[in-house]
Ligand binder design. Structure first.
Ligand SMILES: [Zn+2]
Length: 269
């Protein structure tokens, strides 16, 4: 059974150190981000923690692989934070950890310094009190999550063998509410889309078209990627330009949509 210091003071002072480095990935200096990475690597001393260069802000790696035959998990987290915005709008300084009853304030305290800190302290407690961890654990903490991780894919490709694991656990999640922890399973990754919707270039009689032409575009976007590519030909536009006949021809080439009644479309014009 692990035990943790019942006096929170040490944890809070360490978390205050972690929060105190203004590591806003968008505009922090390389030296600031490196200092932040080195702080983390120091916390991973039991796991060979080290700062590894990327083409951007460095990554912190570590691994403890002493549990022979046990699965290996990779713990992901990030040490950068979002910009602060207007300082005048903060009730307390963003990079100064402030304890207010049960609430702890400070930029990144919940995203993602606090969650990473919990992982570090739990792993350290196992290493210190049990002599080792029950699983093999690899650690990967990046410094560019808040700017879209521009250098992480290439880093992962270069270090794929070193980072191989049976399971990835992200220490960058959310709790539904303060009294209800949550675990999100089977994340598939992150996909972002720019959805460009083009309307008709001429008046469409409401009694004949209603909102249908726009509905057609949106409902088909799921199965026709071209509809979402801003620079490519737009089937949305093709369906609303030209003669009525060409519109119908265009409609005939569209993939089936569960939201579109073709018969209704054909007879409503
Ligand atoms: Zn995060």
């Amino acid at each position: 059974m692990l035990s943790f210091d019942p006096d929170d003071a040490r944890y809070l002072s360490e978390l205050a150190e972690f929060v105190g480095v203004p590591r806003v990935s968008r505009d922090a200096t390389a030296g600031t981000m490196r200092a932040a990475a080195q702080w983390l690597a120091g916390q991973l001393r039991f796991a060979g923690g080290r700062v590894v260069r990327t083409d951007g802000h460095p990554v912190v790696l570590g691994e403890w692989l002493g549990a022979a035959g046990a699965p290996t998990i990779l713990v992901y987290g990030h040490y950068d934070v979002q910009p602060t915005g207007e300082l005048a709008e903060w009730n307390t300084p963003p990079f100064e950890l402030t304890v207010d009853g049960d609430v702890i304030r400070g930029r990144g305290t919940t995203d993602d310094k606090g969650p990473v800190y919990i992982v570090l302290k739990t792993a350290q407690a196992f290493a210190g009190q049990e002599g080792g961890l029950p699983l093999n654990v690899k650690f990967l903490f990046e410094g560019e999550e808040e700017i879209g991780s521009p250098n992480l894919p290439a880093f992962l490709r270069r270090h794929a063998g070193e980072l191989a694991a049976d399971l990835v656990v992200s220490a960058d999640g959310a709790m539904w509410r303060p009294t209800e922890p949550s675990v999100a399973l089977a994340s598939k990754g992150l996909v972002t889309l720019d959805v460009r919707v083009e309307g008709a270039n001429t008046d469409l009689h409401s009694g004949r078209y209603g909102g249908r032409s726009r509905i057609r575009c949106m409902s088909s976007a799921r199965s026709w990627p071209a509809c979402t590519i801003a620079t490519g030909p737009s089937p949305c536009l093709a369906s609303t330009t030209g003669s009525r006949r060409s519109r119908r021809l265009a409609a005939g080439s569209w993939p089936p949509s569960p939201f579109l009644n073709r018969n209704t479309w054909a007879t409503s014009g």
